[in-house]
Design a protein around this ligand. Sequence first.
Ligand code: PLP
Length: 536
Amino acid sequence: MTERGDRKAEGRPQARAFPERLSQAMGERGLKQVDLLRMAAERGEKLGKSQLSQYVSGKTLPRRDSLGLLADLLGVDAGWLAGAPEGGGAVTREQAPAAPADTPARTAEGGTATASAARTHEEAIMEGTHMPQRQFKKSSKLDNVLYDIRGPVLDEAYRMEDQGVHVLKLNIGNPAPFGFRTPDEVVKDMQDQLTECEGYSNSRGLFSARKAIMQYDQLKGIPNVDVEDIYTGNGASELIQLAMNAFMNEGDEILVPSPDYPLWTACATLAGGTAVHYVCDEKADWYPDIEDIRSKVTPRTKGIVVINPNNPTGALYPREVLEEIVEVARENQLVIFADEIYDRLVMDGKRHVSIASLAPDLFCITFNGLSKSHMVAGYRIGWMSLSGNKRIAKDLIDGINMLSNMRLCSNVPAQSIVQTCLGGIQRGQELLVPGGRIYEQREYVYERLSNMEGVTVTKPEAAFYIFPRLDPERFHITDDDQFALDLLKDKHVLVTAGKGFNWETPGYFRIVYLPRKHTLHDAMDKIEDFLSYYRQ
Ligand code: PLP
């Protein structure tokens, strides 16, 4: 189903009433999420940041206690807040309708579950009975999992689009909608092989695909990779999740960059482990801060994630920085997880160095794929390569094999084009040099942002993201999401707030500079104008 289709499957009006009323009450009182969190803390009440953000986005409906607390903090009637019809009887915190626990707004089928907390006589009538209905909660494993790139601000953008508003989307790194076409040769080769791709393949993938990946790894100097060490996946995403599931135990820690591509933190958390964030330093071209990495290592640390080239900063790490990371991994016997999905999208004549090539004595897993380099994000094809010292990871590899077998195989037609894409001349390189679209669009966006009052920005060297900073003295940004929402509402421009990348300092946001220059021109004008008056 399309994103829009999924969203439209969202359900019944009464479950929507709660987030609307919550926003209304907060708006009327000029309260932001941080204010509610602070007020709850001052009262010694428990109200979590992600819990509140899920209420505001309408993803979760609160149970009785939380509903009562919110109503108290906002000075509104709990029944009204829960969605009772206007003018309904007053309900105190004690009387607030009961729900067994926080209730997800959506069921697995995509419909909206009825929240007990929001049960009104309206629902009782609809059901024709006063019998309590069983409620289904999302798994508590998801409590601390966030993926805000497709989060509440995007939901608001869709709501606006439903009302006929044209939104300029600078939020998702998806090349196809911006006119980046898959090379004809690739489409043709997939077409020709389609009838041969009807069955499951080997669970790791087709031999021809894995051989091509192995040869690619050889060219990048990644040591000790056999065909059997390569696993294809439905995008690198599937394999990130698979690897984290195979690797992490409860209590284990893994070092993950901040800012990060948030799937890593989400998957490490979902797998039961803890993502401990190390800082990438804006003042040092967003390179990882080695001292910070060292300071975050504990006896529970098992691995380190390195995203190079980086999303969201567009940084490309030099060999010396990678060598230092390898040294920390070596000293502490860590597994290196290298996300290199942007390694073929490097500009300014620079060369990408695979961190695994510097660590033959360590166990490394390198992730890559065709989504970005060959503009086939929708085909879903990525891979991971196990390299280096595989002897120390025999048991882990058994686990990886088991999980790989359990998902049978990845999308076979998409595997069939790997050889075409990785062999021969690398198409797409012309986009990355002067005159090429990605290069020129980067130059333009960087130039425009650099000249905006109160904005500082580091020039990205790879991928198609830029991560500007708003001067705190000038803009006083305390709530990133609010900034993204206000920009969306005022100017119809959609960006992703820094918080969505596990970046704690407010006032940062990511722009995807894939749209054509005239669209970027429009977006930059709007952002510039917005920043001329916006303050928090
Ligand atoms: N890694 C990074 C750093 C990304 O930015 C993305 C997608 O944006 C992925 C992995 C996932 O890519 P895919 O699942 O399309 O291969």
